[in-house]
Write a protein that binds this ligand. Sequence first.
Ligand code: GN1
Ligand code: MG
Length: 361
Amino acid sequence: MDNLSNILSHFALKGDVISVEPLGNGLINDTYKVITGDSFPDYVLQRINNAIFTDVDLLQSNIESVTRHIRKKLLAEGEKDITRKVLEFISLKDSPKTYYFDSQKYWRVSVFIPDAYTYETVNPEYSYYAGKAFGQFEAMLSDIPDKLGEPIPDFHNMELRSRQLKEAVAADRVGRMAEGEVQEILADLLKYDKEMCKAERMYREGKLPKRICHCDTKVNNMLFDASGQVLCVIDLDTVMPSFVFSDFGDFLRTAANTVAEDDPDTAAVDFRMDIFEAFSKGYIESASAFLTPVEKENLPYGALLFPYMQAVRFFADYINGDTYYKIKYPEHNLVRTRNQVALFKSALSKVERMQTFIGSL
Ligand code: GN1
Ligand code: MG
């Protein structure tokens, strides 16, 4: 707490810090809630994982561009509740920078949005609102004047993720390739490799555009108000040019799974079509203004791609000896991999139903 108070003292906060407590369960950054006196806003303090976000300057400049643009749009629409609809980052006392480097770690602070709720699971009604919100998020960013960089280059590029898995397998740094099950999972994943890389091929052929996407649309990255309406989208680290499948697919990966992404009971994993339908309806309603026919007809592919890509990423991390995602026990990444493979298979078995539904919208 002492160390955290010292870090906080560099930011232009209103009010005195009363306490700092851990917040949320992200797999990359460390997050804390900062409580201040009654009449002042509370804050969110984050340690930015700069092993992953190596260019913190670019990262924060992206986030500032995005929040500035959204704030401007909301104000133009006459939005009254602006402080709950877009994140606000706090600058340092002695500089306009929105991050602090303590000679080892990078930190940032945003205003805590009050009376907001996050969920690990949502019902179809909330999924519909979430679909609308992510469509609107992309629509709002479609005319952002600043050019955004890629805080993690080629973040959702399946060809890269596939290559990284193959490199991990070849290097076998911690000897995990000797495990029989690991070999089986690898062989199974590789069967779908080519098909899952199709977005990159379509992009090279000029058939698929890139747009500014959120790229981390896990259900718990969205704030809802007490009535279930979406307030805003949080965790803006990965906002960058990508395919619309990123936002569509990653929401479904988390929300349409009947269990959490690390539930060891793979028999309980199922891809929920009611969530798919509600979310797709909301998403297409707000994204139809810009979606091309190719993007729309490939949305079911997006729903397959993200459990698949996540399985590949968790699996590569397991083989590399758990260097990327936070883990709670040694097999955690393997358990996550099995879960995501099961989700991929379940979604795959429903892809025709998905196509029929999307076609009907
Ligand atoms: C990470 O930080 P968090 O938990 O929101 C990861 C996502 C993965 C997700 C899997 C920068 O997100 O891409 O989908 O874990 N973020 C980064 O739970 O790699
Ligand atoms: Mg998050």
